[in-house]
Design a protein around this ligand. Structure first.
Ligand code: NAP
Length: 250
């Protein structure tokens, strides 16, 4: 455990924590002292590897399977965490997918799949943790949105709509839960090297990034760790923290 540990004794759930950005977030929160619940949908081996790498360092983690776009599975996930850990202090809504296509050719099933996971999944998980966090009178919810939700993107109407929805959901939830000491914020990555972005035209994208490079998973995880673990973040709620190399400046 590092000297920056400030989540000692706390439990953090990372949806989609077995791969990509979620994996880096799981490592960062475990290093801050949290017991990390690594949720996965289909990548059991990847999730178990994250758990192994964390526990090998003497930190705490376990994996729980659940498709977070399905209400019953979300409720089962939160029940499992509360039974096993006795508390839930940090929720990171990270799980997300893309099903890209131009508007006129976008299949309704692709629209719905993205909305169901990237927006409804965030709602389902946030609703399920609200009660235990309200009882504890503390909690931090961090939603991973995207710069695409702030600026739009041709070929990603479904994804942009879901991620913009997450921003509205974040602000509304922040207002509802603030009086009980629960903060709700969003982190908006720009382009980060993961499986999700591996097929994109890097040269075209880099031209739009003032800092001139893709971001790393660890840089996104650092922003999440700040919002989840830093005492200074206790006075920050309803905000969107961009980790985007300067792509979007309001
Ligand atoms: P990724 O490498 O494709 O990983 C996606 C993660 O989501 C996996 O862990 C996957 O787990 C999980 N997942 C997918 N469907 C799920 C479901 N139904 N239930 C639970 N988990 C599910 O993607 P990433 O790049 O790390 O993206 C993580 C988040 O960052 C997403 O919300 C994404 O929209 C956002 N983001 C990414 C970028 C970027 O440039 N990469 C930029 C902005 C925002 P399984 O394999 O087990 O399904």
């Amino acid at each position: 455990m590092t000297s920056s540990a400030s989540l000692t004794g706390q439990t953090a759930l990372v949806t989609g924590g077995g791969r990509g950005i979620g994996r880096a977030i799981a490592f960062a929160l475990a290093a801050s002292g949290a017991e990390v619940v690594v949720n996965y949908s289909s990548s059991a081996e990847a999730a178990e590897e994250v758990v192994r790498l964390i526990t090998e360092k003497g930190e705490k983690a376990y994996a729980v399977q659940a498709n977070v776009s399905i209400e019953d599975e979300v409720d089962g996930l939160i029940k499992t965490v509360l039974e096993r850990s006795g508390r839930l202090d940090v929720l990171v809504n990270n799980a997300g997918i893309t099903r890209d296509g131009l508007l006129m050719r976008m299949k309704t099933s692709d629209w719905q799949a993205v909305i169901n996971l990237n927006l409804t999944g965030v709602f389902l998980c946030s609703r399920a943790v609200a009660r235990p966090m309200l009882k504890q009178k503390s909690g931090r919810i961090i939603n991973i949105t995207s710069v695409v939700g702030l600026m739009g993107n041709a070929g990603q109407a479904n994804y942009a709509a879901a991620k913009a929805g997450v921003v509205g959901l974040t602000k509304s939830t922040a207002k509802e839960l603030a009086s009980r000491g629960i903060t709700v914020n969003a982190v908006a990555p720009g382009f980060i090297a993961t499986d999700m972005t591996k097929d994109l035209d890097a040269d075209a994208i880099l031209r739009d990034i003032p800092l001139g490079t893709f971001g790393t998973q660890e840089q996104v995880a650092g922003a999440v760790r700040f919002l989840a673990a830093d005492p200074a973040a206790a006075y920050i709620t309803g905000q969107v923290l961009q980790v985007d190399g300067g792509m979007v400046m309001a």
